[in-house]
Design a binder for this molecule. Structure first.
Ligand code: FRU
Length: 489
């Protein structure tokens, strides 16, 4: 299919039964369908939206174009879960149906109020000259799960000083007041975040721009999220237009945070430290957080990036969401750990303990295409050590620690079918520690690697052959003490 504008901006009812059946069978025939990640039934998934806990369940929506692996007319697709692990596909959450969201129900967030879940999202519209006009729209979900849109947008214009790149409201409540941050572009084409306030979620007042020390940091900041954690203020956003710097900012677009003092709404200024990338892998963007009933701050991201072709495109679908991660702060840095509920996925367990001396070894039970693996390397004098996984004939993905450079390195050069090659096939990140722990969640076409209990995370899609399922541990230029456990998922 040639994805002309007409084909992209079609509603699901405009596709014939024949087209839908063909698409579904292409998707179902794909060897890279995931086994325990949220993925679209057909078409393209992007940002997580409306992540919340309401009426005894977690709700997690995502940006969805149903008809193919392209960014077309976006819907919100609705999934829910009792445990953050097993997700039920509910169906379409928000459809683009009105004059205020005619070209897509774009990203947004959710908050509970008076027994209902309020969903604030960007209605994307385009005029005859294909110029964007964004509106911030509200939809309300009741306890039965029915979602009804308000007739009129709750924010019907872009404030003076900003372009039509103005989207992705993230709501929170403080005291009796509601706040929302929105990603924006100034008229001079630099990115920033603005703040709105409301007493009832229906009437919103523009409070102003949040001033940070990143005055000139990319041309657009998408998907902002602000929250307090352990008495600090954390601002997450996805800036576009940042140049690579050393081992940082290698992906087409970035996603990261600044951490500092709490935002004082009347002052609108945030004093903070440097911008850190949330994830050092190849495929991570537009994350969103929520606080769960026991007070944990949980983050989910899009395991993909805009404007990059993926090998599943030819099967009519693209992308998935990351596993949920719990956030905490340690020494001025955000730590991300897989939520503990994921342990319920653990099946049969295998263990390996060995001193590796200039060698590469496999162990009984250590193979597969969907598993959790924890490998700790200690007492090392090797110059490099690590794990090769999804190993097959001519294929492997490698995560290793280079003890000379003191860097963690993820290499997907030989992972299988290539993706995003223009942006390189290796990712690196500095880390200096006496023990290196790699905690991997491998699914059919992805890996999420938590390093040293969430100090760093590398999230990546990989597209190996089905029979590339080997796992090998290695140490070169010396020895390392390995202690590993693998759980089938
Ligand atoms: C980020 C983003 C958002 C927008 C949405 C549209 O990936 O571009 O800014 O709301 O995707 O799908």
């Amino acid at each position: 299919m040639i994805w002309t504008k007409e084909k992209r901006y079609r509603r699901i009812e405009e596709a014939s039964q024949e087209e839908l059946l063909k698409l579904r069978s292409e998707v179902n025939g794909c060897k890279w369908r995931q086994s325990y990640h949220i993925q679209p039934e057909t078409g393209l998934l992007n940002d997580p939206n409306g992540f919340s806990y309401f009426n005894g369940e977690y709700h997690l929506f995502y940006q969805w174009f149903p008809l193919g692996p392209v960014h077309g007319l976006k819907y919100w697709y609705h999934t829910k879960s009792k445990d953050l692990v097993h997700w039920e596909n509910v169906g379409i959450g928000i459809e683009p149906t009105t004059a205020y969201d005619s070209h897509g129900a774009y990203s947004g967030s959710a908050i509970e109020h008076e027994g209902k879940l309020y969903l604030l999202y960007t209605g994307n519209t385009r005029d005859d000259n294909w110029v964007r006009h964004p509106f911030q729209c509200m939809a309300i979900m009741d306890q039965s799960g029915e979602i009804v849109k308000l007739e009129r947008p709750v924010i019907d214009r872009v404030p003076a000083g900003y372009t039509d790149h103005f989207r992705d409201p993230k709501i929170w409540k403080e005291g009796n007041e509601f706040f929302a941050v929105i990603g924006a572009q100034r008229l001079n084409e630099t990115g920033c975040v603005v703040l709105y306030r409301s007493e009832d979620l229906l009437h919103w007042a523009f409070a102003g721009e949040i001033s940070t020390s990143l005055e000139n940091f990319g041309y657009m900041w998408e998907c902002p999220d602000y929250f307090t954690l352990q008495d600090k203020g954390v601002l997450i956003f996805s800036p576009q237009g940042i140049e690579p710097k050393g081992d940082q900012f290698e992906n087409i677009y970035q996603s990261g945070y600044v951490l500092g003092s709490q935002l004082v709404p009347n002052q609108l200024s945030l004093s903070h430290g440097s911008f850190y990338e949330l994830d050092r892998g190849f495929d991570f963007y537009a994350p969103q957080t929520m606080v769960n009933p026991d007070g944990r701050r949980i983050l989910v991201g899009w395991m993909g990036l805009p404007e990059i072709e993926y090998p599943t495109d030819k099967n009519g679908w693209a992308h998935c969401l990351t596993l949920p991660r719990e956030l905490s702060i340690k020494e001025g840095k955000l730590i991300q750990q897989p939520v503990k509920e994921l342990q319920t996925l653990r099946g049969q367990q295998y263990e390996a303990n060995a001193v590796l001396a200039d060698e590469s070894r496999g162990f009984a039970g250590f193979s597969g295409t969907a598993y959790e693996l924890i490998a700790e390397f200690a007492d090392f004098d090797a110059s490099k050590f690590g794990i090769e996984f999804r190993v097959g004939k001519d294929e492997k993905t490698v995560v290793q620690y280079d003890a000379v450079q003191k860097k963690v390195i993820l290499d997907r050069t030989n992972s299988g079918e290539v993706v995003g090659e223009d942006y390189g096939t290796v990712r690196k990140c500095s880390l200096d520690a006496p023990v290196i722990k790699f905690h991997l969640f491998v699914d059919v076409s992805s890996v999420e690697i938590f390093i040293n209990d969430g100090e760093e995370v590398f999230t990546s899609r990989i597209f190996p052959k089905e029979d590339s399922h080997g796992i090998r541990f290695f140490a070169t230029g010396g020895k390392a003490n390995l202690c590993a456990v693998k759980f089938e998922v």
